[in-house]
Design a protein around this ligand. Sequence first.
Ligand code: CP
Length: 315
Amino acid sequence: MLGDKKDLLGLKDLTADDIRYILGQAETMKHILMQNNKKTPHLRGKSVVTLFYENSTRTRLSFELAGKYLSADTANITASGSSVAKGENLLDTARTIDRMGANVIVMRHSSSGAPHLVAQNVKASVINAGDGMNEHPTQALLDMFTILEKKGQIEGLKVAIVGDVLHSRVARSNIYGLTKLGARVSVGGPATLMPKGMETMGVDVCSSVQEAILDADVVMGLRIQLERQKAGLFPTLREYSRFFGIDQRRLEYAKPDALILHPGPVNRGVEFTTGVTDHERSFIDEQVTNGVAVRMALLYIFTGGVKNPRQVKED
Ligand code: CP
């Protein structure tokens, strides 16, 4: 599976079988994660470095814990606390980490394509932890894992993705992944936050949030990305919440057993009301747990836990 891929840069590049394979490995890792003693020797002797040019709580910490649970040596670098702040460029930084023997570099960057550039210039496997407005593949994998766990299948489900689609790498990765696995995806939100040509990605572009949510099996909210809003694409957060936020009334358009998901962090009272965030059908906390299992699986796969010819050859 995964061919001879050295890196995980996006779900656009993966086949449906690749995705199913990763989700299967994640299921095994979830069993390990749920044990009292989570420490296993899967990654003994391997090292994982997280290189984050943007802030993160979930992704960075879950990769670090995933590595530790599997006995890897883990280290973290942020732009503000490293020589990046002295002006060192991205490739020099990445090559420095590579020359210290990292097996995996997990990186987040504000520029789309930054992990692709690094991947071409280092021996380590590169895992994209979010690049600009392009992709956030590990988030989409944990979202799909959560759907599979709760619904038993993805094929044939309707998944509504609602909110700031324009700036959302989470939406993009989920659209690639979910459509490959046979889900029907609808998107809804302010017209100013909807990229042009979304239809070409195989999704239903809806004129209202209600239409997007109608009869959905899964309602996925997206964070309003205030840090990426250069122009005023909607008047105020209050107005956004009034016209596009999901409250109990709008949630009722979905199927009665619809899952409520959000990648986090949630802007409470904006994308979802607190009642929806904390709803009995909200699995936002479970997504966080599943994020560790999925990242354990990815570290295992990309350090040669399964066939990864380049690293196996060099071992
Ligand atoms: N969902 C997500 O990527 O969260 P963090 O920014 O906290 O990593």
